[in-house]
Ligand binder design. Structure first.
Ligand SMILES: Cc1cc2nc3c(=O)[nH]c(=O)nc-3n(C[C@H](O)[C@H](O)[C@H](O)COP(=O)(O)O)c2cc1C
Length: 168
């Protein structure tokens, strides 16, 4: 069985329980690396052509506008053909209640018929928000399994939780 992880994660300034901190590895990427370690999955990181601002506040503004405009920001590269994979893990931070818009750009280009999708999210309190509903539309034809939701501040303490979820 072959697995692929498609994810987006942003390093730089982020907000943790009332404090701004600079992080070298994004929260979602920490979870991605655990999943990769447990499954041996191939990895694909979605990267917008125009990177988001380092500043957390500026980033939230750019992302808010993209969400409002229902934008599809250009991405550097597309994962291309996913036909050889059975299970696709899809990981992202909750941005304004759903997936960051570059993930929409990427996922809309793919054919999910017959795939098993395992979604995971990191967040600052809202869990998946409405992203699971959005994933139903974005991954038409896929069977969407139980999702994994981890608060950003807990990612480094969640390796066991990730393992249990991967083995479900
Ligand atoms: C633009 C933006 C919007 C966000 N919106 C939400 C939100 O609506 N709900 C929430 O719980 N967290 C929100 N967050 C917090 C992130 O989901 C959280 O910090 C996440 O762990 C970041 O993952 P990353 O480091 O992989 O990018 C937002 C963060 C950013 C930068």
């Amino acid at each position: 069985m072959s697995n692929l992880i498609i994810y987006y994660s942003r390093e730089g300034e982020n907000y943790f329980g009332g404090e701004l901190k600079n992080i070298e590895k994004g929260n979602t990427e920490v979870i991605t690396d655990y999943i990769q370690e447990f499954t041996g999955a191939d990895l694909f990181k979605v990267e917008p052509k125009v990177p988001y601002p380092e500043s957390y506040m500026e980033c939230t503004e750019v992302a808010k506008k993209e969400r409002k405009d229902d934008a599809r920001p250009e991405i550097k590269e597309s994962v291309g053909d996913i036909s050889s994979y059975d299970t696709i893990y899809i990981g992202f931070p909750n941005w304004w209640g759903t997936l960051p818009m570059p993930m929409w750009t990427q996922l809309e280009q793919l054919d999910f018929s017959g795939k098993t999708v395992k979604p995971f999210v990191t967040h600052e309190g809202s869990g998946f928000g409405r992203s699971l509903k959005d994933l139903d539309d974005l991954c038409k034809g896929a069977e969407i399994m139980n999702g994994l939701s981890i608060p950003g501040a807990n990612v480094y303490n969640s390796k066991d939780t990730v393992k249990l979820w991967v083995d479900e």
